[in-house]
Write a protein that binds this ligand. Structure first.
Ligand code: PRP
Ligand code: URA
Length: 209
């Protein structure tokens, strides 16, 4: 079973409160989502493997460490996942970026795939799938299905706010995928919105309320 990690760092919790507040406008919302993504990238990359490398400092020959593992690709689930990409790239600037377009049908809450464009070597990369919201889990599950269908083998899912229902569904559908979230919220409401949540992440990021 993949592990669930709730990031309780004080900076993350403080910033999360800012984006939950309904009085926070688009500009600040966008900035703070990226700031949280940057902090999460630090934690998500914690177990990246290292290897020895011999270098010469200005004084001596020395064996030091460098990253050894798979290269990374960041995969935002459109639209809202786009809000986390720049923050993640700040820490992992050499990562490639692939896109999976997925929207939730308002009536059925079922995900509808409308776009997939990925780096050609996703089978050789660690994929960090990013989306601020994990609600029913339908979008994340379908996005990861789409990635696996195209050869992905190593995937982590990174969100800002998760509902217990979505975590359970994603763990059951993709037990090999670790889930990182800034908060595990209480529950979903009858419209599939996370409570207390932050509302519609895509609309708040792009000003389409
Ligand atoms: C939101 C969010 C997730 C999805 C989560 O996207 O960004 O992708 O809902 O819900 P789920 O876990 O129940 O599938 P939305 O469908 O609103 O599209 P958008 O990002 O284009 O606004
Ligand atoms: N998608 C969102 O953007 N917000 C929610 O609370 C649930 C799904």
């Amino acid at each position: 079973m993949g592990k669930l990690q709730v990031m309780e760092h004080p900076l993350i919790q403080h910033k999360l409160t800012i984006i939950r507040d309904k009085n926070t406008g688009t500009k600040v919302f966008r900035e703070v989502v990226n700031e949280i993504a940057r902090l999460m990238a630090y934690e998500v990359s914690r177990d990246m493997p290292l290897q020895d490398v011999e270098i010469e400092t200005p004084l001596v020959q020395s064996v030091q460490k460098e990253l050894a593992g798979k290269k990374v690709a960041i995969i935002p689930i459109l639209r809202a996942g786009l809000g986390m990409v720049d923050g993640m790239l700040d820490l992992i600037p050499a990562a490639k970026v692939g896109h999976v377009g997925m929207y939730r049908d308002h009536d059925t809450l079922e995900p509808v795939e409308y776009f997939v464009k990925l780096p050609s070597d996703i089978n050789e990369r660690l994929l960090l799938v990013v989306d601020p919201m994990l609600a029913t889990g339908g979008s994340a599950i379908a996005a990861i299905d789409a990635l696996k269908k195209r050869g992905a083998t190593s995937i982590k899912f990174v969100c800002l706010v998760a509902a217990p229902e979505g975590v359970k569904a994603l763990e059951e559908a993709h037990p090999d995928v670790d889930i990182f979230t800034a908060s595990l919220d209480e529950r979903l409401d009858s419209n599939g919105y996370i409570l207390p949540g932050l509302g519609d992440a895509g609309d708040r990021l792009f000003g389409t309320l």
